[in-house]
Design a protein around this ligand. Structure first.
Ligand SMILES: NC(=O)c1ccc[n+]([C@@H]2O[C@H](COP(=O)([O-])OP(=O)(O)OC[C@H]3O[C@@H](n4cnc5c(N)ncnc54)[C@H](O)[C@@H]3O)[C@@H](O)[C@H]2O)c1
Length: 371
């Protein structure tokens, strides 16, 4: 079998992870890295691999079969469209794009070129998700009424100044939305939506920030799906103790729990959580799709519900900033005191933060996305 030629656009930052992954695949003879492109100087470029500053020149001169796009979100549409038009299949980092018009434009471009886009939602490659969906389809939980996810992480000042688009709602006049929901917890949002894969009817949010950034670091998001089930995402980057990501599906006959990053799953009949093994990488799955027609795990069409939700974040009232007295500050870290308990209740009750009484409620102006 000939190794598939792969190019990477956006070679620094998370692009380093892709470089390592491609190198592993190259060792197995599955791919060969033909070029990198980055508008900034490339850190540690691999020997013998051409580096471009212009992605168009890379596409024209090296004609890769697969292009990985790992650049800031506001650049995704143009770069992915160009790669498809140049005849490549694309592994596009999440969030794919930031509104439905762009999402639909990319879907149309796939059809027109006959190429495919796999979106970098590794949570869709979870074998535990496949098992959970099968249990839901088999009626093991009864009718699903709520799917919630709780995540409490910590990100310090350095994180919020890591890149020119960090903490920004827009860059160069284009949306970039580097908040908790569209960036670090995008995988959680996507996975909750993928449990039922039902159309999105309504999006409500209440969100805030603990430092002077343009986006949310703490949020509750509620999505009403066709059929009546609700998704509740309760997440923070200013958390107390770490909660990696607890996804819970509430049905009228039982509850299922999934640790969304580690594939630990407990179905209603299980006495304890079980590790579901066999996670495939999205690049591996894309190569299998090209070779055998295997279905894409995170194809662009499947991620449309995520874009529908994210689009609503663009038009929502910006997150409010909590007063300093609600925070514990330790060096570059700011912790929102009491946030874990509030978010845990939101996840369990299907509530937005502003529907509960919060320890910091009296501190900030009552500005929420829903008025
Ligand atoms: N799947 C995941 O778990 C995961 C993790 C981290 C980041 N990401 C995603 O990866 C993408 C990149 O994030 P990052 O943290 O690496 O950002 P970054 O800003 O650290 O790096 C992006 C790189 O792209 C380059 N770039 C920007 N515009 C370009 C252009 N037009 N052509 C070529 N290069 C260009 C920048 O110079 C930079 O080197 C984002 O969409 C982000 O959400 C995904």
């Amino acid at each position: 079998m000939t190794a598939t030629s792969v190019a990477l656009i956006g070679a620094n930052g998370h692009g380093m992870h892709h470089r390592r992954h491609v190198a592993e695949f190259a060792e197995r003879g599955l791919v060969r890295l033909v070029a990198l492109a980055d508008t900034r100087p490339v850190v540690d470029p691999p020997e013998g691999v051409p580096v471009y500053t212009e992605h168009a020149a890379l596409l024209a001169e090296t004609k890769p079969e697969v292009v990985i796009v790992c650049t800031p979100p506001h650049t995704h549409l143009a770069l992915t469209r160009d790669a498809l038009r140049a005849g490549a299949d694309v592994l596009l980092e999440k969030p794919p794009v930031l509104d439905r018009a762009e999402h639909d434009a990319l879907l149309a471009e796939q059809d027109a070129t006959g190429r495919v886009v796999q979106v970098g939602f590794q949570s869709l490659a979870s074998p535990a998700l496949v098992r959970l969906r099968a249990a839901v389809a088999a009626g093991e939980l009864g009718t699903v009424r709520q799917i919630s996810v709780l995540g409490c992480w910590r990100r310090d000042d350095a994180y919020w100044s890591r890149s020119p688009w960090s903490g920004r709602r827009t860059v160069d006049g284009r949306p970039s939305l580097d908040g908790a929901l569209a960036n670090p917890f995008a995988h959680a949002v996507m996975q909750t939506l993928a449990v039922l894969d039902a159309p999105v009817l309504r999006v409500e949010i209440d969100w805030l920030r603990v430092r002077p950034i343009e986006v949310e670091d703490t949020a509750t998001l509620r999505v009403t799906l066709a059929g009546g089930a609700r998704v509740l995402v309760a997440v923070t980057l200013a958390g107390e103790e770490h909660v990696d990501g607890e996804l819970t599906v509430y049905g009228d006959r039982g509850v299922a729990e999934l640790a969304f990053r580690s594939d630990l799953l407990r179905l209603p009949a299980d006495p304890a959580a079980v590790l579901v093994e066999g996670r495939e990488s999205l690049l591996e799955n894309l190569l299998a799709h090209r070779a055998t027609g295997a279905p894409l795990l995170s194809g662009l069409a499947r991620t449309a519900a995520f874009t529908t939700v994210i689009e609503q974040l663009r038009v929502a009232t910006p997150p409010y900033q909590v007063a300093p007295r609600a925070l514990a500050v330790d060096g570059g870290h700011r912790t929102l005191v009491g946030v874990n308990a509030v978010l845990r209740r939101c996840a369990a009750e299907g509530a937005l933060m502003n529907e509960l009484s919060t320890p910091w409620g009296a501190n900030g102006p009552d500005r929420t996305a829903n008025g």
